[in-house]
Design a protein around this ligand. Structure first.
Ligand code: SAH
Ligand code: SF4
Length: 429
């Protein structure tokens, strides 16, 4: 039998315990159906598979035969693995699911360069993944980046994010995370393309589901399993300090992205409600320790919202907070998808912001939103599926968000920067 899950699954108690103070869920995800209690085959570690075959008196090479088919994409079901005897295929089917995604709806954008998938899980919940194709340019080789989800919904509730409106229904299990990548690897194979990068920037907060996410990262970067290099996997977090510390302790080369969005604590409390639990100063200190431990530059993401976090004072505060650190700043004009009262910053305001950061030597890029027309911002398709919320609920949410941000905008000069250990070590990065 497969070994039991280390974490009971699903675990609603954990979900509600992690609900961030200040989150304002607006929609309910589609109702949950009956669950398939079998783990996914991608949940099974190489050791577990060896034991599974050994328990049946089978040699170790059988485990390798199975793994070859699971990870290469050559089979679409256990029944397809003809090198295994029929009785073993049936036994595998009883204990495991070959795929944990029961259906996928697709939409395209950017003239076929961006593809969005809405995956249905065994209990009827839905999660999204987005594939972005970057053609070769100059000396840069062609890249294909997949953005995957770590949770169905999210407890953090950032007020500009479509996933945040849903609240959290449940964590994904390791195989449900990996199977998004297996799905796309198979699809890409039919185009003769390879997946080159995976980013955890879909639905959910990866480090509030760290056991499953880190197990998925291990499988995705294992040469005998999915086989992507550690440096090609990015974990994006809204700032779960214990999770960042845990990643630093692993001494792996995964890329860390921190969703900063504001360098003023009172504004970050509004934009990323988890800031009340893990304050800015601690987040940046943990991310800096990650950079020190791994030698890898941390990406700080800033969703640029018109006249909310894009003012000259915000640019100065961000420059002060990050100068001298092993950092890269990515400015992302807000995708106006959620029922947010806000608008994206204009290209000019984003450029002015970037100029202030570059002046202190911070490597800064501006990201063009991909797939806007198909709702590529995380959670938008899932929110559409969940239905339109009542207008009165939308209005109430807008009022609360506007009240909170107005109070934060009135807040005095930037504070808290000087408290961050290692801030302003004097000089550009
Ligand atoms: N929960 C994690 C990872 C998923 S969100 C995190 O917050 O980092 C991935 C990225 O998408 C984050 O940087 C998030 O701020 C950004 N994002 C969410 N909603 C957005 C929107 N409406 N427009 C632009 N970026 C958005
Ligand atoms: Fe959750 Fe990230 Fe969306 Fe915030 S931006 S609500 S942390 S998914």
């Amino acid at each position: 039998m497969p070994s039991p899950d280390p974490v009971p699954f699903p675990d609603p108690a954990h979900a509600s315990a992690d609900r961030a103070d200040g989150a304002l869920p607006l929609l309910d995800l589609p109702a949950s159906g009956p669950q398939d209690t079998r783990p996914g085959i991608a949940d099974a570690s190489p050791q577990e598979l060896l034991s599974w075959f050994a328990d049946r008196g089978e040699a170790a090479f059988r485990a390798r035969q199975l793994a070859d088919h699971v990870w290469s994409g050559r089979a679409q079901s256990f029944a397809d693995i003809h090198t295994l005897p029929g009785a073993l295929r049936d036994a595998l089917e009883q204990d495991y699911r070959f795929y944990t995604l029961t259906g996928t709806e697709r939409r395209q954008a950017d003239r076929g360069l961006t593809d969005k998938a809405l995956h249905t899980l065994d209990d009827g919940r839905v999660v999204e993944s987005v594939l972005m194709r970057y053609p070769a340019r100059g000396s840069r080789r062609e890249r294909t980046t997949l953005c995957i989800s770590s949770q169905a919904g999210c407890a953090v509730g950032c007020p500009f994010c479509a996933t945040g409106e849903l609240g959290l229904w449940r964590d994904l299990r390791t195989s449900e995370i990996i199977d998004q990548a297996r799905y796309w690897r198979n699809e890409l194979a039919t185009e003769g393309r390879r997946l080159t990068n995976i980013v955890f920037m879909g639905m959910g907060e990866p480090l509030l589901n760290a056991d499953a996410v880190l197990a998925a990262c291990a499988a995705l970067s294992d040469g005998n399993r999915f086989g992507l290099g550690q440096r090609h996997i990015t974990v994006s977090t809204s700032g779960v300090v214990p999770g960042i510390e845990r990643m630093a302790g692993l001494r792996r080369q995964y890329k860390l992205a921190v969703s900063l969005h504001a360098a003023r604590p009172e504004l970050r409390d509004v934009l990323v409600p988890l800031n009340r639990k893990y304050p800015l100063a601690e987040v940046v200190a943990a991310a800096t320790a990650y950079a020190d431990a791994t030698g890898r530059r941390v990406t700080y993401e800033m969703v640029m919202i018109d006249r909310i976090n894009d003012t000259p004072a915000d640019a100065e505060a961000t420059a002060e907070l990050l100068r001298g650190r092993l950092a890269h700043v990515n400015l992302i004009p807000m995708n106006p998808v959620a029922h947010t009262p806000w608008q994206p910053s204009s290209p000019e305001r984003v450029e002015d912001f970037a100029t202030v950061l570059r002046a202190v030597g911070l490597h800064t890029t501006v990201r063009r939103n991909r797939g806007l027309d198909i709702g590529a911002a995380c959670g938008q398709l899932a929110a559409e599926k969940a239905g339109e919320p009542a207008p009165v609920a939308v209005q109430r949410r807008r009022d609360v968000i506007e009240r909170r941000s107005a109070a934060a905008l009135l807040g005095g000069p930037p504070t808290g920067v000087a408290d961050v250990p290692g801030a302003n070590p004097g000089g550009p990065a």
